[in-house]
Design a protein around this ligand. Structure first.
Ligand code: ZN
Length: 418
């Protein structure tokens, strides 16, 4: 028997959106309930109980506050697993994270990507089905540094998220240029082991950017890669999970895009990580966070979705403490640096793929298309609208040499290489 795995992008379910008794997911609810296991990325947490929960100083585009019963609401909508690794998971500091765990646990919604320490955060969560286990690993490439879970040392631990950290690999020319610019700009830089450069970002002496000099790998002078420790540890988790689980899903929350490329193109470090975990035994890799609809890749028996868009999105609430604003205030008038990015993002459209997985990998994929209305409620679209969206995804899959062919009757998507 095949396992049916349903995937979605971000669920930004805020208190305001949930003012009525049930999660309002329009006709999408049936699609979400139809699979054996349905996975979403939860991009909001409850504000938690008074006394242990406080809004974070820094958030990304506003603090996302979920209702306290977010777990029940996701369960009602047909969600079985929530991935939590993302930059909003500490919007209400640790109290909010613990409140999210309690709410999800109470509703029997499994969750991955956060934990009491780094080992716990990297661990897969496993869901049992009649046809075997489904294991889900979740990691974030986009996060505030303080949100990373810590290694346990002598009984001291730090809860947080599973990170997928990146660094920039450069050729000799860029290596020399960056060092010159760091000196010119009065920034602090140190060279480690002769070929690693750590520099503070402009205007602060604390966070570091990391460059590695390696002309062999820096094709075109510049590329990005995941930190070896994160890549190694996550690959191990995936290959272990693949020994007992029927299906292994790897989730990556990433807002990044390709260096010198466009918004609909995933960055090099995400692509190579996706290929690494697919070869280690993942059946499905789902990358989301950019809000862009991106292409689909086939790596051996696995399928990689590089961008599903946002399933549910409502305006975030105002931070409770106005003097401690998010980096991008919710009332700011923002316009993209490059209009092409705004177009690529298709901000109101999202994909909901269903994958049929057998022992040798993903056998078939069908993709539903949803469009969010002004209130943020997603509804299934059909006919020309659906076909046009899938054509866009097909075009954006060209760079992976994958073709999408939509079966006229069933809407099933056939993925072919070349
Ligand atoms: Zn995000």
């Amino acid at each position: 028997m095949a396992q049916e795995i349903v995937l979605t992008g971000d669920t930004v379910l805020t208190k305001r959106f949930c003012s009525d008794a049930r999660v309002r997911l329009g006709q999408v609810g049936e699609t979400l309930s139809a699979g054996d296991v349905t996975v979403t990325h939860l991009e909001s947490v409850p504000s938690g109980d008074g006394g242990e929960s406080y809004p974070a100083y820094r958030s990304h585009g506003g603090i996302h506050t979920a209702p306290d019963d977010i777990g029940r609401r996701l369960a009602d909508a047909g969600i079985d697993v929530a991935t939590l690794a993302g930059e909003h998971v500490l919007d209400h500091t640790y109290g909010g994270l613990f409140a999210a765990w309690r709410s999800l646990d109470a509703a029997d919604v499994a969750h991955a990507g956060t934990g009491w320490d780094l080992t716990d955060a990297r661990a897969p969560t496993t869901v049992e089905t009649g046809d075997g286990d489904v294991a889900v690993v979740s990691a974030a490439a986009t996060f505030h540094d303080h949100a990373i879970a810590g290694k346990t040392h002598g009984g001291t631990r730090r809860p947080g998220l599973c990170p997928l950290r990146q660094r920039t690999v450069v050729d000799e020319e860029n290596w020399d240029r960056i060092k010159r610019e760091v000196r010119r700009d009065g920034r602090h830089g140190v060279v480690r082991n002769g070929d690693e450069l750590l520099v503070n970002r402009p205007g602060t002496s604390l966070p570091v950017e990391q460059y590695v000099r390696d002309p062999r790998r820096a094709t075109d002078g510049w590329t990005t890669e995941t930190l070896p420790a994160d890549r190694h540890e996550l690959r191990e988790r995936v290959s272990q999970a693949a020994t007992h689980a029927e299906t292994v899903v790897v989730h990556v929350h990433s807002h990044e895009y390709a260096h010198g490329g466009s918004f609909d193109e995933p960055p090099a470090f995400v692509r190579s990580f996706a290929e690494t975990v697919a070869r280690a035994g993942a059946d499905i890799v789902v990358v989301q966070g950019s809000q862009a609809l991106r292409g689909v890749d086939r790596v051996e028996g696995a399928v990689v979705f590089y961008g599903l868009g946002r399933l549910v999105r409502t305006r975030p609430g105002r931070p409770r403490l106005r003097e401690e604003e998010s980096l991008l205030g919710v009332d700011d008038d923002l316009s993209p640096l490059d209009d092409g990015f705004a177009v690529a993002r298709n901000r109101n459209t999202a994909l909901v793929p269903t994958c049929s997985v057998r022992s040798d990998g993903v056998e078939s994929v069908s993709i539903d298309v949803v469009q969010r209305d002004d209130e943020g409620v997603p509804r299934l679209v059909v006919g020309d609208e659906k076909r046009e969206t899938l054509r866009t995804v097909d075009n954006r899959s060209d760079r992976f040499e994958t073709n999408l062919r939509v079966e006229p009757d069933s809407g099933t998507v056939v993925l072919t290489n070349g």
